[in-house]
Design a protein around this ligand. Structure first.
Ligand code: HEC
Length: 151
């Protein structure tokens, strides 16, 4: 895990070096002569930042993926019927029996915008009250994720 982190840090420092290069005053003088250069520079800075941000996101994803619980869940094969039962018991009170939303938001097509790892984090972390922290066995979590895909 630390290794992934340092690897990403190295990539990040390369980007920040690239950004300082782009902010070089020598280039600024040239820019007065050639206005196109400033647009190109701005575009490069935006691209460098976009890359840096993607590296951070990918790093966070890798760190979460290296969590033994997450890996265990992803190695289980989920059953939709079981997942439905777990959902009705624990989630339907807030998200509705069809996942259309009540107190909590609609979960229909939630898997289109949330990754499996992101969903596991959402369900187990308790980071967004009033949604409680759920502790499910890896098999139960895999069943629940399989059910969420059908919404
Ligand atoms: C006490 C009410 C409550 C219960 C019970 C509950 N949730 Fe939630 N849930 C919420 C609320 C409120 C949010 C919105 C949180 C926010 O983003 O601020 C949410 C958000 C979510 C999201 C993120 C939706 C998105 O569009 O990103 C998912 C996924 C989710 N809940 C799944 C579940 C599952 C699965 C269960 C059952 C194991 C569950 N919730 C039980 C209230 C609840």
């Amino acid at each position: 895990m630390l290794c992934i982190f340092t690897k990403n840090l190295k990539i990040l420092s390369t980007f920040s070096f690239l950004i300082t290069l782009l902010e070089d005053p020598a280039i600024n003088e040239e820019q007065i002569l050639n206005p196109n250069l400033s647009a190109q520079k701005a575009l490069l800075i935006v691209l460098a930042w976009a890359l840096a941000i993607s590296v951070i996101i990918a790093g966070v994803y890798q760190i979460r993926l290296s969590d033994p619980y997450v890996r265990d869940v992803l190695n289980h094969h989920g059953q939709v019927t079981q997942g439905n039962a777990i959902f009705q018991l624990n989630c339907s009170g807030c998200h509705g029996s069809t996942g259309a939303g009540k107190v909590g938001p609609s979960l229909q097509r939630v898997t289109a915008h949330r990754s499996q790892v992101g969903l596991i984090d959402q369900i187990t972390s308790g980071k967004t009250p009033p949604m409680p922290k759920f502790q499910a066995s890896p098999q139960e979590m895999a069943d629940l994720l399989e059910y969420l895909k059908t919404l």
